[in-house]
Design a protein around this ligand. Sequence first.
Ligand SMILES: [Zn+2]
Length: 204
Amino acid sequence: MSSYAPPVQRLVTELSKLPGVGTRTAQRLAFHVLRASDEDAFALADALREVKERIGLCEICYNLTDEARCRICQDTRRDHGLICVVEEPGDVIPMERTHEYSGVYHVLGGALSPIDGIDPEDLKIAELYARVQQSDTQPIREIVLATNPTTTGEATALHIAHELRERAPELTVTRLASGLPVGSDLEYADEVTLGKAFAGRRSL
Ligand SMILES: [Zn+2]
């Protein structure tokens, strides 16, 4: 099919696997890399290799980290009795930008979506329950469910809230206030809106 030399085709194929990158964009990016200096192209290759080799998941909250525990979990000034549950590591950043939140996080690694075959076992949900139940150092007072205001995000929040009520009835479980654009990702919310949504969180 392709008239590119196999190494070029390989690069186009790999680039087109990236989200939002179609074949035409992949081709454009590939030509850009070919035109770039060796230094720039190898820096990109090294950066890709380095994140995959050095970045893993925090053993407590499953956020991205280059250590066993992420910086937020290691920070003793933060409120370890308050856990904000988000879908993806990228959702931690906008929450941090609000400067309203001083608790810790729990990153699920996605949202429940039976249609796509994403069940509770595919997410770090059991790990959240374990965390709530074995809080030896500081008891957990509140779980803020900050999954996205989408169908799957809402379903995930309701599922977790229901399970937590059974497992830990004394725990306060809240959900970010509405006001976030429905159907959008937390990742794209501005910090003012998100800060207000956090301040106005309601009990579930
Ligand atoms: Zn962590």
